[in-house]
Each structure stands twice: as C-alpha cells, then as structure tokens.
Design a protein around this ligand. Structure first.
Ligand code: 5AD
Ligand code: SF4
Length: 443
C-alpha cells in the first residue's frame, strides 16, 4: 500500500512519525508525499492546544469529498488527539476509519493491514509500555537523527494535556539508546537530538522529586553518548529546570559534543502563576539555575517556552514574565497563548484573559525577542564560529546553512564538494533577520 503520513505538533510527534514510517516501509509498504496518490492517509495529531486539534480535524473533515469519490482509501488518526478523543473522533468524523493512540503506535502495521482486510472501524487507545521497544526504528535522514529517551510525563502542570495523552513517564534502557545511537552514527548521523517531555528526568524511575545534587542518570547518558566516535553533536529537549543537579551541570561542562544551548521552559515569571501552573520553582529559583549554568558554560544560550493569558494572569504577572525574560536574555522563545484543555486541571477555571489581551502580550514578548536577537546576532559579527553543515539554504540556492552549537542559524557560500554533517569554521561578516552570514575559513 502507498501511505501518506502527515504530522502535527512537536518534535516527539515528528520522531513518532519517523518510526511509523519506518515500520510501514519495513513491512513492504511505501510512503507517498501526495495524498491523492495514496491508499492510506494517516494523520499524526497533536492535542497541546485547541488550535492544533482543530487543524487536524479540519484537514480530516475536508477529506470527506476524497473518500466519497474513492471509498477504497483508508483514513486513520493517530497520536495525541487520537488518544484524547478516541471514539468521539469516529463519531465526529464518519469517514474516519481508525483511531490509534500514543500507546499503540508500535502496532500500526497490523492495525492498517487488518483494517484493509476487515474494514471494521476501530479505536486503539490502550496505554502500553511496549511502545518503548517497538519505536526504535528510524528512517534515513542524513546527518541528523533523533532519539526519544523518555516517554510520557509525570509532572502534571495544570494547563497541560500531555500526561493524559502520553501516559506515565518511562525511560528507555540505556543500552538500547546507545545501540541506537551507534547504529545511527554508522549510517552517517552526525548530530543526535535526544527527546523527552523532561529529558533530565531520564533514569529517575518516574520520581517527581528532582534528583539530589550528586545524581543525574541523564548526565551519565550524555557522557556515554559523548564517547561515540564519529558523532559530532548532541542536543536535547526539553529539560525541567530544577533537574539541573551539579552532577548534570558537570556532565554538560565535560562533554565536548553536547551543544551549548538549553531549551529551558519558563512558562511564567510570576510566582503566583507558576504555583497555579504547578510548576515547582519560583522565578528566582529559575534565575539561580540560569546563573549556575552560565558560570559553568559561559557561552551557553537559553531558549524557552512561555504561556501568556493563563487564567487570572494580571498585567503585573505578565510584567514579571516580561522582565524575567529580558533578564535571562533568551536567544529564542516560543510564546503560547493559553488554551484550556478539557481534562487538564486549569481548564476547570474560567479562561479569564480575553483573546485580545493574550494577543497583545504575545506581540509584546515577540517584539522584545526580535530586538534582543538582533543585538545578539550583531555582537557575533567578526567572530569565527563552528557550524555543523546542513544543506542548501531554502531561501537562496547559492548558499548553505548550518547551526552553531549555541543554535544560531548561519548562511554561507559552500566550498566545492561540501557535504552535510561536517563541522566547519565560518567567519561571520553580517547579521540579517534571524540569522548570521559568513564564509568558511579554511583550516
Ligand atoms: N495552552 C498553551 N500553551 C500550552 N503549552 C502546553 N499546554 C498549553 C496550553 N494548554 C505550551 C507550554 C509547553 C509547550 C510545549 O506548549 O509552554 O512548554
Ligand atoms: Fe506538560 Fe509540564 Fe509535562 Fe511539560 S513537564 S509535558 S508542560 S506536564
């Protein structure tokens, strides 16, 4: 069968789709980029905000016409929204054939093949730890690979649906991760991105108390990965701030392949809102970790996630968020307008901040970010930075792009026979938009 697979949402979903694709290919099916030329249409969905759910539902709804014309095609919803809504999705979308939640994705091949034979509409949403072992496969993506090291989340931030749709936190076996990483490197991967809802909780057996200062199984994992010959870079996303034990910080400091960029979700700079979010730190705790990390890794950059318009967020609360963001000086921030998720705790409270205010706060933070990033980029003009080459720039075919370890995008003229996944020194000549421009310096 020819399968079209569309992904919504986060990097974990991207990674799941990669595993779904690899399983289907392994069973003899092929992937198609064209929805009109496929026998099976799969949508890997997201539930984190209402807009994400509406987008996927809208898309599937729109396919009714195609299904009327070609009743033989199969349409499946998989992933987080599939897990959250289950049977309700089948009811809402009468032309949808099957629903596969996050715990059953490792069975996707048999589910699709069975449906093709029996044509019996069905929902698969049981939670299962087997998903860990069944999701190791990956497709060939050149020099960049991703590995999910944990699944699920035990933190229950009050706004968040993830613990409900991805289940309890479990860590994969360290040996399996190392084997997968080595195999990837043997196939040409040079940069590995480690994924988890809270990667720093790796190996802590689902305990929600942050580790003691001399403990960090995640740090130990980084140290083992750092030993892999042929691997150039290791990134990870996202760690929860209070899990940066001294042990983890020392691992970050000592592992030369671990990139100096930390995505450190803040969510809010107001202690009152942080408490209502069940984020177990205060604004000053957060700053203390940032300072500790900067002291250990002087050139480290931080990016973050922030929610504006959480129930009852006042102008003062928002100002605290804004001030803290400016104080930390994030080089990238993802700002989300609060979206109540039925099932998550905060959805029991009125969504009290008007949409216009959410949008205003969003725009203010975006404005701060772009002013700050402009300065950060300008400061690097004249520097020589190390980039891992990616490929031809999407914007200008005459240029290539790469990233610094601190996660700035760099555009440069390629040298003859330049390959993807090679570390190169680039001298920065100018900054423009959100990136740097320069040329390769020959060693
Ligand atoms: N509304 C808005 N943003 C949310 N996030 C998670 N849940 C919600 C929600 N209900 C954001 C958080 C998280 C990021 C992945 O999505 O900032 O870090
Ligand atoms: Fe959601 Fe909080 Fe878990 Fe992140 S740590 S996935 S925000 S519950």
């Amino acid at each position: 069968m020819k399968i079209y697979l569309k992904t919504y949402g986060c990097q974990m979903n991207e990674r799941d789709s990669e595993a779904i694709g690899a399983q289907l290919i392994g069973a003899g099916h092929t992937l198609s980029c064209d929805e009109n030329d496929a026998d099976v249409l799969l949508f890997n969905t997201c539930s984190v905000r209402d807009a994400a759910e509406r987008k996927a539902k809208g898309k599937i709804g729109y396919l009714k016409k195609l299904k009327d014309r070609r009743p033989d095609i199969l349409i499946g919803a998989v992933g987080c929204m599939a897990q959250r809504l289950g049977n309700q999705l089948l009811e809402e979308l009468p032309h949808l054939d099957f629903v596969v939640g996050t715990g059953q994705l490792h069975k996707i091949v048999s589910i699709v093949e069975d449906f093709a034979k029996k044509r019996q509409r069905q929902v698969f949403t049981a939670e299962s730890a087997d998903v860990l072992t069944g999701m190791g496969e990956h497709q060939d993506h050149g020099a960049f690979g991703q590995i999910a090291i944990t699944r699920g989340c035990n933190r229950f931030c009050t706004y968040c649906i993830v613990p409900y749709v991805r289940g309890r936190e479990i860590s994969r076996d360290k040996g399996d991760i190392l084997t997968e990483a080595r195999e990837m490197v043997d196939h040409g991967v040079r940069e590995i991105l480690l994924l988890g809802q809270n990667v720093a909780a790796y190996g802590l057996n689902g305990n929600t108390r942050p580790p003691a200062n001399d403990v960090s199984p995640f740090g130990e994992l980084l140290e083992s990965l750092n030993e892999i010959r042929g691997l150039a870079r290791i990134r990870y996303t996202s760690p929860y701030v209070t899990y940066f034990s001294d042990r983890l910080i020392s691992a970050l400091k000592n592992c030369d392949k671990v990139c100096h960029n930390i995505h450190l979700p803040l969510q809010s700079g107001s202690d009152r809102i942080l408490k209502a979010m069940n984020r177990q730190y205060t604004a000053s705790d957060y700053l203390r970790y940032v300072e500790k990390l900067r002291a250990a890794i002087p050139d480290v950059t931080f990016s973050t996630d922030v929610i504006v318009g959480f129930p009852d967020e006042s102008d003062e609360d928002f100002k605290m968020t804004r001030d803290l963001m400016n104080e930390v000086g994030f080089s990238q921030s993802f700002i989300f307008k609060y979206s109540p998720r039925p099932g998550a705790k905060s959805a029991e409270r009125p969504d009290s901040v008007p949409e216009t205010v959410k949008e205003e706060r969003n725009q203010i933070l975006l404005g701060d970010l772009s002013a700050r990033v402009e300065k950060m980029l300008l400061r690097q003009v004249g520097d020589t930075v190390e980039v891992l080459t990616e490929g031809v720039s999407h914007r200008n075919e005459a240029r290539w792009t790469g990233r610094t370890g601190t996660n700035f995008v760099v555009h440069f003229e390629p040298t003859p026979n330049l390959q993807s996944g090679v570390l190169k020194k680039v001298k920065i000549s100018r900054a423009g938009g959100v990136s740097l421009f320069g040329s390769i310096v020959e060693e």
